[in-house]
Design a protein around this ligand. Sequence first.
Ligand SMILES: [Fe+2]
Length: 240
Amino acid sequence: MSTTSSTWPRQLRLPGQVAAPDGPIDMKMMYLMHHAFRRDLDLFVAAVRATPADERETWALLADRWDTFAEALHEHHTVEDAGVWPALVSLGTAQDVATLEAMESEHGEIDPLLEGCAAGLRRLAEHTDEDARAALAVRVTAARESLRRHLAHEETDAIAIIQRLLSAEDWAAIEEEHANPKGTPLAKVARLVPWVAYGVPRSALDRVFDEPGGRGFKVIWWCTRGRFARQHARTFRYAA
Ligand SMILES: [Fe+2]
C-alpha cells in the first residue's frame, strides 16, 4: 500500500542518534537497538579504563554482558546483510548500491574488533593482566569509534534509502522472514528486553508498549527490569 507524507509515522529520536529520515516505515525498533549498542560501548569504554585488573568477578560480569551485546549486534547485522540490503539493491541507483555495499563492508570491519574485545574480557576474567587491560582499552575504544561511524552512516544514508524504496508492508515482510521475532525462545526474550529498554526514555518505551503485541513486551520488561538493573550496577560499578 502506498502512503503519502501526511500519513507517515513520527520517527523516534533517541540519545546519540544522528538522523531519523522520514518515510513510510516506523524505524523505532532499529533506533532502540542502535541506542543499546551505543550505550553499551560507551559503558564498556569507561569500565575497561576504570576497572582494576585484579577485579576478576567484575571482569567476568563484563564478559557476560559483552556476550549479550555482541550476540544482539551480530544478529542485527545478519538481518541487515541477509534481508535488508539485498532487498534494496535491485531497486536503487548506482549511488544507493555504493552505500549498501559500504554498509556490508563496515559490518565486516566491526566484527573482528568485537572478537578481540571478547577475548580480552575473557582473559581478564581469568587472570590479573595489566597489559591485557591496556590492550583491551585500545580495542574497545576502536570498536566504539568504528560502530559510531557506521551507525551514523546507516542512519543518515542507508535508512533514507530504505524509506525511499520500501513500503511498511515490505519492511514487515523482511522482519518476518529474517528476524523471526515470534520464533525467539522466551529465555532469550527475557534476556534481551530489559537490555534493549535500559536507559530509554519512558515516553519512547510507551510507544512500543502501545503497539499491537506491545503488552507482552511490557510484561516481560516489568518482570525482568529490576534484576537486570542490579546486575548492570554490579557489572559497571567502576564505570563513572
Ligand atoms: Fe541497524
